[in-house]
Design a binder for this molecule. Sequence first.
Ligand code: F6R
Length: 600
Amino acid sequence: MCGIVGYIGQLDAKEILLKGLEKLEYRGYDSAGIAVANEDGVHVFKEKGRIADLRAAVDENIVSQAGIGHTRWATHGEPSRLNAHPHRSASGRFTLVHNGVIENYVQLTREYLQDVNLKSDTDTEVVVQVIEQFVNRGLDTEEAFRQTLMLLKGSYAIALFDHENKETIYVAKNKSPLLVGLGDTFNVVASDAMAMLQVTNEYVELMDKEMVIVTDKKVVIKNLEGEMMSRASYIAELDASDIEKGTYPHYMLKEIDEQPLVMRKIIQTYQDENGKLSVPGDVANAVAEADRVYIIACGTSYHAGLVGKQFIETWAKVPTEVHVASEFSYNMPLLSEKPLFIFISQSGETADSRAVLVQVKKLGHKALTLTNVPGSTLSREADYTLLLNAGPEIAVASTKAYTAQIAVLAILAAVTAESRGKELGFDLVKELGIIGNAMEALCDQKDEMEMIAREYLTVTRNAFFIGRGLDYFVCLEGSLKLKEISYIQAEGFAGGELKHGTIALIEDGTPVIALATQEHVNLSIRGNVKEVTARGANPCVISLKGLEEADDRFVLPEVHPELAPLVSVIPLQLIAYYAALHRGCDVDKPRNLAKSVTVE
Ligand code: F6R
């Protein structure tokens, strides 16, 4: 959470920082700021709110060749102009932006800043003040930066600017993402390659506990002992058009629409030259040889994991558990003899998941990461990676990454099943192809989804999603989508569970969206729909072709029932989208949230 960017070179730094921050806004958007330097000095602009608010506040006539910027998701201190970054040292000489959490900021304040009058409520300001204290004691900036980094506990990506040396930006990282972008006449740093794509596609990766001294001509990487590190650069295959909205009003709608394409890309990527599904041999072996799989994830990725568990158990016959990452660390179950951990994370940066990864690596267990972001922390630190190939997902509410995660898990389970001599009983390539077509057909029925959203969700304060088996897992995801972007209180329930308490909340007109795609529980879920209808609920049944009944509100195209989550989620994504739109909510940037959750 939070995004940082820094630029030093010949172009106008102010514009590059603002454009970069616009691309990083998904990481947090409660306040933003930049500090830019020119011959007149250093100019700091900060604003509560979005980058657009910051842009309006920046003096457009300022031309500068160096600067740092930040977009914030508040952890310490309320979202306000005062707490917005960059933060300045007491003398004004140093300016700093930070993404992460400094866990020992209270202790640092006590030990080093007794006489300093802190201006903000942030942990970040402590860092810049400690740096200045070291400089006041006679250290040069680089050494003061290094000594301060050695003291920090927690996570950080930091960019520091010394106003007395406007030719250098000092950066460092630990647990929070940070990349350096290379150019001929400039260098740039940012939390994410997307922020730098406007000027370069050549990047250098940074490791934890490294610091970098960046000028317009040089990038010098050192470890915290001060030793030089060498690192080759790489060219990223990101396409600038992938991160633009194009003609779409929102990224979320674009990303929902991209799902058929992503499905086809995944099938293609995970096919060998004979058209057979395949994953790298060591990955398949790791799953096949495990006596138990532990899936670790958060939010939407956790919901995808619940579906994936069914595939791994039903097809490959490997016992599988799914855990919420933030609970797993201190609620660790008794582990099996030979576990394999699968981390599912769109961003590959989620701090809760990473905390578990660090823990299980310490225990000597193998880990596989399924992520959309090559080179992300969870990918680098796991033994194996499978990429989702969904293309950048920018809307805060995850859509195409969810279906990509399920598809990749299906492929992994199928390949594992084969290597363990288990029969799937159907052709997964063919069925995923059918899924792609079905997704396309659903994306063409947006008017219908808009009508459902209008009919059921315009005036309500709450909504329930019910399903059984695989449908229950999709209901969890459907309700998360609805609540996070429309702020309607929505809950997903196992159909049979409602009557054990929650049915008390059903009153006249309460919307209950029910999924009915699984034949073996069809009668039971239909029974649950009758129970809530008898108590005044307004039921909206979405069924799979072949299981439909006369009053069903929407019928999904026929697909293999075990893969039904890949299609049944699409109406739920679209209904959530239109419900949020009708309520005037900011679909792509819902309140209080950020895309990449890099704090625990
Ligand atoms: C919801 C959503 C979140 C993420 C969760 C994990 O739409 O996007 O629930 O799924 O924060 O993020 P990743 O997958 O990046 O680890």
